[in-house]
Write a protein that binds this ligand. Structure first.
Ligand SMILES: Nc1ncnc2c1ncn2[C@@H]1O[C@H](COP(=O)(O)OP(=O)(O)O)[C@@H](O)[C@H]1O
Ligand SMILES: [Mg+2]
Length: 188
């Protein structure tokens, strides 16, 4: 890509810096602002750490509060995992710069009795975002949500997963805010 092309992209597509120097360089400023970004990778590839770093740096360096919705690790587990990296999540939470919402979904306990409506989750996420006036959102991981259910409005869970990801990231975060979506190894 030429410098002119890179400048064109930056001027037409507002970016949200991750604060991760190399990543912001190769992406010409960071992730697309106000849009969802789907992160895919196998277990242990760094999706959760990336999502957390995005929120921590957003809160610390860019004054952008963030919401981390975890469908896997609890808030305490996330805190314990990253304290050695120098990230004091409790301090950020106390300062209302970060909110961790742990939603435990046990796949073996999901028994489909019909279509599943995500409205409750949308309301919960919307409330969390508004309580902090959050600008950044991470959902980790979507497979926990979409892996085992057939969702309203689509014949397949995978295509509806994409639609719902858009709902989470777009309308439910009021468009102007940035969402980072974290996915497991397979694309949804
Ligand atoms: N505080 C830490 N210090 C060193 N390594 C870590 C730390 N936290 C996580 N890791 C390692 O970083 C890698 C990525 O972890 P993680 O982001 O949880 O992966 P994923 O969410 O993609 O499954 C894993 O190998 C994990 O063991
Ligand atoms: Mg993870």
């Amino acid at each position: 890509m030429t410098t002119t092309q890179a400048n064109d992209i930056e001027s037409t597509l507002p970016k949200c810096p991750t604060g991760i120097q190399g990543l912001d360089e190769i992406t010409h400023g960071g992730l697309p602002k106000g849009r969802p970004t789907l992160v895919c990778g196998s277990a242990g590839s760094g999706k959760t750490l990336f999502a957390m770093e995005f929120l921590v740096r957003g809160a610390q360096q860019y004054k952008e509060p963030g919401v981390f919705v975890s469908f896997e690790e609890s808030g305490q587990e996330l805190m314990d995992n990253v304290i050695s990296l120098g990230w004091d999540l409790k301090h950020l939470i106390d300062q209302e710069k970060l909110l961790i919402d742990h939603i435990h979904i046990e796949p073996s306990e999901i028994q489909e009795t019909g279509e599943y409506d995500l409205e409750g989750l949308f309301v919960r996420l919307g409330h969390a975002i508004e309580s902090l006036n959050a600008k950044r959102v991470a959902l980790d991981t979507l497979e926990a949500l979409f892996g085992g259910v057939t969702l309203v409005g689509s014949p397949t869970s995978s295509s509806c997963g994409r639609n719902c990801a858009g709902c989470f990231a777009g309308s439910r975060t009021k468009g102007s805010r940035l969402s980072l979506l974290v996915s497991p190894g397979r694309a949804i």
